[in-house]
Design a protein around this ligand. Structure first.
Ligand code: 5GP
Length: 117
């Protein structure tokens, strides 16, 4: 993969650009979205850049997907009151802009007309 092909999330994972990181394991990182669309809006991102969509991830590594879901619950417990929405935009016409699979964890009152509304 060339330098230009690396996603913005790979650059956050490698600490090349800053982010407000809230959780990290050997395989996953979570940080606040730079443009939040809910009071709590955190992105849960596998460190591997191998998968673009949640379907690809589910087919190839369901355990890693389950780890992401577990982290989402833990973040919602810590940052909100335990309830949350989990959004995966899959494909450009569905709103995906970063082609490195990631989950949006949205909690609190959600604004109208957002990716979660
Ligand atoms: P998508 O549209 O691909 O589902 O979600 C990509 C998300 O990444 C968007 O909600 C966008 O605000 C967020 N994002 C894009 N660039 C950055 C960045 O440099 N830092 C952080 N923290 N979030 C970003």
């Amino acid at each position: 993969m060339t330098e230009e092909d690396r996603s913005i999330f790979s650059r956050i994972i490698d600490r090349e650009i800053p982010a407000r990181i809230v959780a990290e394991t050997e395989t996953i990182i979570a940080f606040h979205d730079v443009a939040p669309q809910a009071p709590v809006h955190v992105l849960v991102v596998p460190k591997t850049a191998q998968y673009v969509t949640v379907n690809e991830l589910a087919a190839a590594d369901p355990g890693l997907l389950a780890e992401m879901v577990k982290m989402a619950q833990s973040l919602a417990d810590d940052l909100a009151q335990g309830d949350y929405r989990l959004v995966f935009n899959s494909g450009a016409s569905a709103g995906q802009t970063v082609f490195h699979v990631h989950a949006h964890v949205l909690a609190g009152a959600l604004e109208e007309g957002t990716l979660a509304g």
